[in-house]
Design a protein. Sequence first.
Length: 140
Amino acid sequence: MSYLFGAGLQARIYERLASDATLAGLVGTAIHDGMLKPGPDGAARDYVILGDETVRANDTKTSVGAIHDFTVTVHSARDGFETAKRIAAAICACLVDAPLPVEAGRLVALRFLRAGAERGPAPEKRKISMRFRAVLDAAD
């Protein structure tokens, strides 16, 4: 097992999210892999963060593979959870069972595992963290 698929998987996930019209209508281009600071006017905004990842071996006698569990988090400056939940739903629709081409490998499955919704202090009043699982095999 190696971390062979890590960078390629993250790049494909980002591309998939960034190219989705529904998600763009909700967050624009605010999809990142690091925390954001308020905009120049000090206003908070809704955005998505590609987050933590845990990888474990999924090798067989004949192939090399890995299971990547990763987090995608929605941050919302809105009162109430409705907007954050709409963003989270768009992310799930975009990723679950998506046919993502991954460098050096093949995506066998991409599934939703769980989510947690939290209230937070202003300016980011709502947060939903979703955990997904990607199962990958080395290319034949």
